[in-house]
Design a protein around this ligand. Structure first.
Ligand SMILES: [Zn+2]
Length: 278
């Protein structure tokens, strides 16, 4: 754990209003019989991560159905305005009235990095043409996407590397962070880093211990692609303590250079600033 820089960037956390968190945690309990290890609400999450050394936190939330993005975005703006060191991938749902106008508005906020698209939860496919204007808007504004588009920890008909490959044929420079390093198709997502300079992979949920462990390829690809990886905790929606994930990562014997880049330098370059405290 000592290899983690004293000040690091968490590029994949989740913050929601309290009633959304309650609903998500109840869903995990009902559907999977799982309790989150960190039952903390937004302000408590920020304090917890700050105490651990997170000098910047990038969080997201997502619109699981039509009509909730506006509520979340109002909440996001209030939180960002009152909290230094915080950035956000905002929700988007293509079926919302004025979806694109709302997207244009929220992108003006300097702490909004772009949009979270969660294809496990949201009922549309990544190559749905209704998303093309959003992809083009993000590129035009120099912002990014955070896409949950991999088949792990569970899949459905709307996730998988093939979708991203199809989108990249149309938009080869798409600026996107791929959540969970694309689990479980790690090799295919690592290959996509070649020739697609806008792509980064985040490590969220990949190294949890025991039955939740998703990443199994060993240290070599992590070192090979360390310039294109971003640490993310997936906090607080994980099912074992985040220290256990860092201990599992440490057991892989990765270089100090890996930690410096993945936990700090790559994130600083994307945020366009050096980190200090939250
Ligand atoms: Zn997540």
């Amino acid at each position: 754990m000592s290899a983690v820089p004293e000040r690091y960037i968490d590029f994949h956390a989740h913050l929601f209003p309290d009633d959304f968190f309650d609903a998500i945690w109840a869903f995990f309990r009902r559907e999977y019989g799982l309790e989150v290890a960190h039952r903390l609400y937004a302000r408590e999450c920020i304090d917890f991560l700050r105490e651990r050394g997170a000098g910047a936190v990038v969080y997201s939330n997502y619109a699981h159905r039509k009509g909730v993005a506006r509520t979340l975005n109002e909440w996001n703006i209030a939180l960002l305005e009152s909290t230094a060191g915080l950035s956000c991938f905002a929700p988007f749902h293509p079926d919302d009235d004025d979806a694109l106008a709302m997207a244009r508005d929220i992108l003006q906020h300097p702490q909004v990095l772009g949009f979270k698209l969660h294809f496990l939860v949201q009922p549309f496919r990544p190559d749905d043409e209704s998303l093309f204007p959003l992809y083009e808007l993000v590129m035009e504004r120099g912002k990014r996407l955070l896409m949950h588009i991999g088949t792990g920890p569970i899949g459905n008909g709307r996730v998988g590397a093939a979708y991203l490959e199809r989108i990249l044929e149309r938009y080869p420079c798409l600026p996107a962070n791929i959540a969970h390093m694309g689990a479980f198709e790690f090799g295919r997502f690592f290959s996509l880093l070649e020739g697609h300079p806008g792509l980064f992979l985040d490590t969220a949920f990949c190294f949890l211990p025991g039955k939740f462990r998703m990443y199994t390829l060993g240290p070599e690809p992590l070192e090979q692609y360390r310039d294109r990886l971003l640490y993310g905790s997936d906090f607080p929606n994980i099912f074992s303590h985040c220290d256990e994930e860092l201990a599992a990562l440490e057991a892989m014997g990765l270089s100090d250079e890996f930690y410096r880049k993945v936990f700090r330098d790559n994130g600083e370059a994307l945020l366009g600033r050096a980190i200090s405290g939250l």
